[in-house]
Design a protein around this ligand. Structure first.
Ligand SMILES: NC(=O)C1=CN([C@@H]2O[C@H](COP(=O)(O)OP(=O)(O)OC[C@H]3O[C@@H](n4cnc5c(N)ncnc54)[C@H](OP(=O)(O)O)[C@@H]3O)[C@@H](O)[C@H]2O)[C@@H](O)CC1
Ligand SMILES: Nc1ncnc2c1ncn2[C@@H]1O[C@H](COP(=O)(O)OP(=O)(O)O)[C@@H](O)[C@H]1O
Ligand SMILES: [K+]
Length: 499
């Protein structure tokens, strides 16, 4: 699903109004109705709502929601933050409509007029939406702090007030919502870790914006969903033999870190690869042959010997999980780069070694997949001040090096050489456990070996990994699940996407 910027959403809104056609106030009513329906499902009588509105269309939404809740017999008080700006047209229409059925409408002109809020009240935040055009200051800033300090649950309409949709919000006073009810689609700001404490649970409400605009409008950002996966996934052919599904190599593990090797080997095999050889240190031989009998093993000395022969035999090489940081690994990386038939997969200490030798960056095979978590990313490309900056840098570096950068997190970002950013929609905090990343490396390696393109392997890989993690969390809990469980449920994840 495409993710549009605030400006594009505004244009989408106007396009819908003009081409559906629908009056803008009726579109606002549709948005308010979607919010009110969600709220009515969630909250029972006698919840008392305090709705805080600005004077733009976000405030207009708030006024319309107030009317709909009052019509459903909920106690509602409305507070309008005064400002020199005139209310928007649809705000004014909705104010008149509300005045016909309620007198509990108050204008906030100073801190003294701020309402006392009971912890059991539910606040609806309709102060600013995507039209936020400067840092909230003065009474607005104080109001946001007052609402956050109240201890009451806050439902933000469209976006937590004070948060920018497409750029870093640089110290803004921002509403800390328990729920955000946003229209039509996700916003980039919701997908970045730095905004977690503001957005709460995000619900996306369909308000019927134009499909035609959606189809024709270009955007660099997409959220990976079921539809994306349906276009990529290729079912196995009935007459296939293992030669059809590739020969993968994993350069993994070292003394004390054979677990990473085992996890990546198991997940590679469980991703459908035809054949796998693991290059491991000699201390790991028995471990690997016992834990993963399906994988073949080739051995190095204690810390990997300088040469790996026969790398050219493989369709794809994945390197990194558990290899540690040994001096000889520079040569190892060089060998892998030189002998890769196509893209390679680089993870963990593979990336850390790379970051010590920036001169090697330009010899990374084209369209390789780099899978850093934010700290590894910063080591590779320098420290970023915030998540937006890191995201932009990932897009820039992916283009510059012609690689796919999988920046891991809650919504993992795939930055492509074409300048696109795909956010993952599966996965959960139960996956924040040692070894989850090793599992992902195995999946990418397995998918690449099966001739998925790098982009397809990235998209399918992160989605399956997260989905298997979601199934594991459901069966075992986020706390008790471990990385090996993600592998155990990969099969269920494949079954889900293939139906
Ligand atoms: N698009 C859709 O699909 C649909 C969108 N809809 C809704 O419209 C919303 C967008 O509405 P919008 O464009 O009127 O902007 P909005 O967020 O109300 O803010 C503008 C107001 O805030 C003020 N203001 C801004 N920053 C400020 C600051 N720091 N400090 C103080 N004031 C500040 C600004 O004043 P100004 O600066 O212009 O004087 C103006 O009064 C969107 O989020 C969604 O809720 C739905 O109704 C229908 C479907
Ligand atoms: N809170 C979370 N929500 C969703 N996915 C997560 C979360 N925490 C971690 N993950 C996923 O788990 C994996 C962790 O990788 P990484 O940090 O390399 O771990 P390790 O080095 O222990 O294997 C990544 O794919 C990441 O996206
Ligand atoms: K809001």
């Amino acid at each position: 699903m495409k993710i549009f910027s605030a400006k594009q959403i505004k244009n989408w809104d106007s396009f819908t109004i003009k081409n559906e056609p629908i009056a803008s106030v009726d579109l606002m009513e549709r948005a308010a109705k979607a919010c009110a329906d969600w709220i009515l499902k969630k909250f029972q009588q006698p919840t008392s709502f305090k709705i805080v509105c600005g004077k733009g269309n976000n405030g207009g939404d708030g006024l319309a929601i107030a009317r709909l809740l009052i019509q459903n017999n909920f106690p509602v008080c409305v507070y309008i933050a005064e400002s020199p700006s005139a209310g928007s047209g649809d705000f004014n229409i909705n104010l008149l409509r509300l005045k016909e059925i309620s007198s509990a409408i108050y204008f906030l002109e100073s801190t003294e007029s701020f309402p006392a809020i009971n912890k059991d009240d539910v606040i609806i935040d309709a102060l600013f939406g995507t039209g936020l055009n400067k840092k909230p200051s003065g009474i607005f800033k104080k109001l946001i702090v007052h609402l956050n300090n109240s201890g009451a649950q806050i439902i933000s309409i469209d976006i937590p007030s004070g948060l920018y949709a497409d750029v870093h919000s640089d110290g803004n006073a921002i509403i800390q919502a328990r729920y955000t009810l946003s229209f039509q689609q996700q916003k980039v700001a919701f997908l970045l870790a730095e905004n977690e404490s503001f957005c709460g649970e995000v619900a996306i409400l369909d308000i019927g914006l134009s499909q035609e605009y959606y189809n024709n409008e270009q955007t660099p950002f997409e959220l990976i969903d079921k539809n994306t996966i349906e276009e990529i996934y290729v079912p196995r052919k009935p007459f296939a033999n293992k030669g059809n599904y590739g020969y993968a190599c994993l350069v993994v593990g070292s003394y004390g870190m054979m677990g990473a090797a085992v996890l990546s080997a198991r997940s590679c095999l469980r991703s459908g690869v035809g054949k796998l050889t693991c290059y491991i240190c000699k201390e790991g031989y028995t471990i690997m042959q016992t834990a993963v009998p399906e994988a073949m093993c080739a051995m190095f000395g204690t810390t990997f010997i300088k040469d790996i022969d026969n790398l050219k035999n493989f369709d794809v090489i994945g390197i990194g999980p558990g290899i540690g940081r040994h001096l000889s690994h520079k040569q190892l990386l060089q060998k892998v780069f030189k002998n890769s038939k196509g893209p390679a997969v680089l993870d963990a200490d593979g990336l850390n070694i790379l970051s010590s030798y920036p001169a090697l960056y330009k010899s990374i095979p084209q369209h390789s997949i780099l899978t850093p978590h934010p700290k590894e990313f910063d080591r590779l490309f320098g420290k970023s001040e915030n998540d937006f900056e890191r995201m932009e840098l990932a897009l820039k570096k992916a283009k510059e090096l012609s690689v796919y950068i999988v920046l891991k997190g809650h919504h993992t970002l795939i930055a492509t050489p074409e300048g696109k950013g795909f956010f993952n929609s599966t996965g959960n905090a139960g996956m924040a456990t040692a070894g989850s990343g090793d599992v992902l490396t195995g999946i990418f390696t397995g998918l690449l070996a099966q001739k998925y393109t790098s982009l397809e392997a990235c998209i399918l890989g992160v989605y399956l990994h997260g989905l298997a993690g979601d199934i594991a969390a459901k069966k075992l809990s986020k706390e008790a699940m471990i990385a090996g469980d993600i592998i155990d449920y990969l099969g269920d994840a494949f079954i889900q996407i293939s139906h």
